[in-house]
Design a protein around this ligand. Structure first.
Ligand SMILES: *[C@@H]1O[C@H](CO)[C@@H](O)[C@H](O)[C@H]1NC(C)=O
Ligand SMILES: *[C@@H]1O[C@H](CO)[C@@H](O)[C@H](O)[C@H]1NC(C)=O
Ligand SMILES: *[C@@H]1O[C@H](CO)[C@@H](O)[C@H](O)[C@H]1NC(C)=O
Length: 390
């Protein structure tokens, strides 16, 4: 297990009492994200800036060809896209407390691992579908909430089955099981024909590998070396996409690995100079290099499929090297706390060092980008990849 994770677990254990208290308090409240949104809006002062009119306006930036409809966005993966699935799991990997969500409408901590919205939300908005895509495990979801797509992602998950197991979150395999359940649910609501259309035409996002590379690799290093492990992950990734295709998905965007060696927490572990870990970055690039031809081959042999590897590595790496070029000031530490190591329960509202303006930071905590960084990345990449996905 990675040193960082051991450290986190130790801190988590130390603060378990606080956590248990919190859970008990939570138990009295409705547990479901949807309900909490409403409840927390009620408790907001009268004229807080939740402008209903503004809220309903989507910032649509992608025009699809006239004969193409993308009815929904469906996400699988880890904390980069999780929109609150971990809230009700028995795991320490949660983020449903402030300052997480401080830039979400109503300043609400939804369980997204950032200050606001996540990439699947921005993708849905830019396509004119919805401002946010809800978490599947939110028990407050109503039938109609399922019809613009859904989010199965679980923070801490990964392509290696061990990754989700260590931290007790939803594995990718189980996310696929939920997807099958979801298909039945929408069939019951809109009928077989429309459900089939929804499944075949929605845009699927598959976002994983960071936790495998940054954490699980250490636990696997007796079995795999630093080229074999990324190769194994790429193999697991393309197997996952193949299964997803088998369940009816056609438009599948698989996110590449990001430069995990440059995540602020990895810099902190890399010595006083806080340089990026080039070994980890190399593993991320190895994963991408292996996955790219595998997905091309899969697309060729899967009739009607539009399977694309979305290169997130280059843009994020560029952003980290030249933050000003993208409108950011700081890229080597997170906004939350000192920005050097805070993530999850260490990123909390009693931490006095949290920055004032998250949108001038590439990273929100020591592991996850800010919503501003997500937005810039999604806007850049959608223009490039949507033509290959329609
Ligand atoms: C839309 O029309 C274009 C051009 O006629 C065609 O190439 C494409 O296959 C069509 N797409 C769909 C989903 O029907
Ligand atoms: C990992 O092991 C394989 C096969 O044993 C070998 O070809 C490769 O060079 C090794 N990679 C590294 C980085 O040692
Ligand atoms: C926050 O930072 C962004 C980017 O540096 C800047 O555009 C914006 O004006 C800042 N907002 C405030 C309230 O200072």
């Amino acid at each position: 297990m990675s040193l960082y994770l051991v450290f986190l677990l130790a801190v988590a254990k130390a603060s378990r009492n606080t956590l248990q208290e919190k859970t008990e308090v939570d138990a009295g409240k409705p547990k479901l994200a949807g309900i909490i949104v409403k409840a927390s809006r009620k408790t907001l002062p009268q004229n807080t800036k939740v402008d209903a009119k503004k809220e309903s306006t989507l910032e649509v930036t992608i025009k699809l060809p006239r004969n193409v409809t993308i009815p929904g966005v469906i996400a699988f993966g880890d904390s980069i896209v999780d929109s609150g699935n971990n809230n009700n799991l028995r795991t320490i990997l949660k983020s449903n407390f402030p300052p997480y969500g401080q830039d979400f409408r109503g300043k609400f901590a939804t369980g997204r691992f950032t200050d606001g919205r996540v990439p699947s939300d921005f993708v849905a908005e830019r396509l004119g579908i919805a401002k946010t895509i809800p978490a599947y495990l939110d028990p407050a979801l109503k039938g109609k909430d399922l019809l613009k797509g859904i989010n199965f992602a679980s923070g801490g998950s990964g392509y290696d089955p061990l990754t989700a197991k260590i931290v007790r979150v939803v594995s990718l395999e189980d996310q696929l099981k939920y997807f099958q359940e979801y298909k039945e649910k929408i069939k019951a609501i809109v009928g077989e024909e429309k459900a089939k259309f929804m499944v075949e035409n929605s845009l699927y996002l598959v976002v994983a590998s960071s936790n495998d590379l940054a954490h699980t690799y250490i636990a696997r290093s007796l079995r795999y070396n630093s080229t074999e492990y990324p190769d194994y992950l790429a193999d697991m990734s393309s197997k996952f996409v193949k299964k997803l295709y088998g369940l009816g998905a056609r438009r599948i965007a698989v996110f590449s690995a990001v430069p995990v060696g440059c995540l602020p927490s990895r810099r902190t572990l890399n010595g006083v100079k806080r340089k990026c870990s080039e070994n980890l970055n190399k593993m991320a690039l190895q994963f991408n290099a292996k996955l790219s031809p595998a997905l091309v081959a899969l697309r060729k042999k899967s009739p009607g499929s539009k399977i694309v590897l979305v290169d997130v590595y280059d843009i994020l790496h560029n952003m980290i090297e030249n933050p000003k070029k993208y409108g950011f000031e700081v890229a080597n530490r997170g906004c939350c706390g000192t920005g050097l190591f805070e993530v999850l329960i260490l990123c909390n509202k009693i931490n006095p060092f949290t920055c004032k303006n998250a949108s001038s930071y590439v990273f929100w905590d020591s592991y996850h980008p800010t919503e501003k960084a997500y937005q810039v990345i999604v806007d850049k990449l959608l223009g490039i990849y949507i033509p290959q996905l329609v």
